[in-house]
Design a protein around this ligand. Structure first.
Ligand code: SF4
Ligand code: SF4
Length: 408
């Protein structure tokens, strides 16, 4: 397996990481036997980085899969969920439960999960950076980082705010301008940070329901590859990228991804291959209803609307067609993790339109987004999720109490 070195730390990471967000299921539950076999197979074939989170609700399962000597062969990456943290001691308690989940005494990579404006402010207020310092000094974590879903400016602000070892960003050939984007990737790389890539297939959209116009372009390639292979090769072509995470829950995908990661060296794509990917990206952009580039010049919005992400969800729905899934992600991404940054929050102040280089009629378009993406899910998902958080918080509090009693 190809390994890439993090400049700042010298740590060697496999170019392919195992993303444990979507493990295989059976009868509606995680299929532990199959997931364990898959995780161990990937590790046996050179994967040395496994990423999970409390929010994926599978830390204990992944912890068990790393029994029988697998823990020592792999670097565990997991995350502190800001939405579960309301006071400083919550961080201590969550961390203790996480160590117990993995039956380990340290994490190799530990992140503040999914930072955006509200969660970053909350983490600063609760002194999460000091908490990370403490964990590092005591050897309970080796590397401190953050995963990110905000805008470019915030990304740079966060990179500059702490002595991070690594970060995790959403990146693929359709998201060069979105979120941290290429600018953020290069910025973090200049500082020597390890860069872990999530969502290489944009939630699966780049590999399923491929529009015929896009398929026609892929068919022009001299070497025939699946859309998934093109997407992974394009990411790993960037020397700045340390590791790409793929949520692999089919054995054949693991096999395919292992091969691709072995072959996809930095700068290995030929110019005509890069041009082909550009053509595909341009075609997707043509197919977008709104055509927002995600440049974020229109933000911040005084009413808290995440304009670029509203358009991203809307366009995804109209290109890829999976409306229900996109509506759910809209409700989760904007309603839960971004404190209700929905399109319908627009108060029509007009500030954003003055800054849009594409001259988009943002206020009218947000009305379309709200009509199409909002409804029962945006009403129901945030309170349900809050309820889940409250229960989860209680369970973790009890577990932490038990651990604390055991410590004494
Ligand atoms: S017009 Fe709407 S979206 Fe634009 S800045 Fe004002 S409130 Fe925000
Ligand atoms: S709406 Fe315009 S300014 Fe805002 S992100 Fe999209 S293209 Fe950029």
């Amino acid at each position: 397996m190809q390994k890439r070195i993090i400049k700042k730390t010298g740590d060697e990471i496999s170019a392919l990481g195992f993303g444990a967000m979507r493990l295989p299921t059976k009868n509606g539950r995680a299929d532990e036997k199959r997931a364990t076999e898959q995780i161990r197979y990937a590790i046996d074939h050179g994967v040395n980085y496994i990423d999970t989170a409390i929010a994926y609700m599978n830390e204990p399962l992944v912890g068990r899969a790393l029994g029988e000597g697998y823990r020592e062969k792999v670097k565990i990456a997991t995350k502190l969920p800001p939405w579960n943290v309301n006071k400083a001691e919550d961080m201590e308690n969550i961390f203790k439960v996480q160590l117990e989940n993995f039956n380990t005494h340290y994490f190799d990579y530990y992140m503040l999960h999914g930072l955006n404006h509200p969660s970053w402010e909350k983490m600063l207020k609760l002194e999460a950076l000091e908490f990370l310092d403490k964990l590092k000094t005591s050897g309970k974590i080796i590397n401190a980082g953050f995963s990110f879903h905000g805008d470019k400016e915030l990304f740079k602000e966060i990179v500059d705010a702490y002595d991070w070892d690594f970060c995790m960003i959403q990146y693929n050939y359709l998201d060069e301008e979105n979120q941290a984007g290429t600018e953020g990737l290069e910025y973090a790389a200049e500082k020597g940070l390890g860069i872990i890539i999530m969502e290489p297939f944009r939630g699966g959209n780049l590999t399923k329901n491929i529009p015929s116009e896009v398929e026609d372009i892929w068919n022009q390639a001299e070497i025939k590859r699946t859309p998934a292979e093109w997407a992974l090769r394009w990411i790993l072509n960037h020397p700045e990228v340390t590791c790409v995470l793929s949520g692999m829950n089919e054995e054949e995908h693991i096999e395919e991804n292992l091969r691709i990661a072995e072959e996809s060296l930095p700068n290995s794509l030929k110019s005509e291959e890069l041009e082909l990917v550009e053509k595909v990206r341009d075609k997707y952009r043509d197919l977008m209803k709104i055509g927002c580039t995600g440049c974020q010049y229109c933000m911040p919005c005084p009413a808290g609307v995440d304009i670029a992400r509203c358009f991203e969800f809307y366009d995804s729905t109209h290109i890829f067609g999976n409306k229900r899934q996109n509506q759910l992600q809209y409700a989760l991404g904007l309603g839960v993790f971004h404190e209700g940054a929905y399109a319908s929050k627009c108060i029509k102040c007009g500030k954003c339109e003055k800054h849009c280089p594409q001259d988009l009629p943002i206020m009218d378009l947000l009305e379309d987004v709200s009509g199409d993406m909002e409804g029962i899910l945006t009403k129901v998902v945030p309170p349900l999720f809050k309820f889940y958080l409250a229960i989860n918080g209680m369970i973790m509090g009890r577990k932490a109490n038990k651990i604390n009693k055991g410590d004494k």
